[in-house]
Design a protein around this ligand. Structure first.
Ligand code: G3P
Length: 217
């Protein structure tokens, strides 16, 4: 399973990239706003930190303008992945861009039928929003399961990029279902390394080591 981080905070991206676990980055207009930085500049910096796909989202709603925005965004770096919304105009843009060999992430997916359309449009990635689905009284993980089943039934190459993950159980369940990629905020990814018994064990070892009166350095 690939790990993407869902942030435009380059300090967090650098820290996670140094662990070797990072396969890519996803951003969206909200995360760009949160960074307080210029969109193009921050995407360019992120593309220099990770080798894998970096999702940069178009903001236009119509196909023609989406194509113009994508043209500008994909020139930033070879690893830019154009993020388009799951609308008919977004799907048209997806088809046109993937036909030209550009990576495309179709976002704001809330149903398996939408995911089926994205695969038919040749999407590189489909982003079902697990947490937002849960927030609205649906079962976000069931959505991932349904998409996995449908994509496997027809051998679609589109990768399931489980997004809007809020906690470690979301990540665990996505791994069990077989999502190809997860994207989560830095805090959620860091939480995966935590265990109360790891902390307790470390405390015990540190206390006993101090009693030996020795040093390694
Ligand atoms: O980038 C898309 C998605 O991961 C957003 O997550 O937490 O804002 O629903 P969230």
């Amino acid at each position: 399973m690939k790990f993407f981080v869902d942030t435009a905070d380059t300090a967090d991206i650098r820290e996670l990239a140094a662990t070797g676990l990072l396969d890519g980055v996803t951003t969206n207009p909200t995360l760009i706003h949160k960074s307080g930085r210029k969109f193009m500049e921050v995407v360019e910096e992120i593309c220099g930190i990770v080798d894998g796909p970096v999702s940069a989202e178009v903001v236009a709603l119509d196909h023609e303008t989406m194509m113009k925005e994508a043209e500008i965004l994909r020139k930033i770096a070879d690893n830019v992945c154009i993020k388009v919304p799951l609308t008919i105009d977004g799907l048209k843009t997806c088809k046109a861009l993937t036909d030209e060999g550009t990576l495309v992430n179709v976002t704001l997916c809330f149903s398996a039928n939408q995911a089926l359309l994205a695969a038919k449009a040749g999407a590189s990635f489909i982003s079902p929003f697990v947490g937002r689905h849960d927030d609205n009284g649906f079962d976000g993980l069931k959505l991932i399961e349904d998409i996995r089943l449908i994509y496997d039934n027809y051998q679609f190459d589109t990768e399931i990029l489980a997004a809007s993950l809020r906690h470690p159980i979301h990540v665990l369940e996505c791994a069990k279902i077989g999502a190809d990629v997860i994207t989560a905020p830095p805090a959620v990814i860091k939480m995966l390394s935590k265990h109360v018994l790891t902390d307790k064990g470390l405390e015990g070892f540190a206390a006993d080591w101090a009693k030996t009166g020795q040093t390694i350095l």
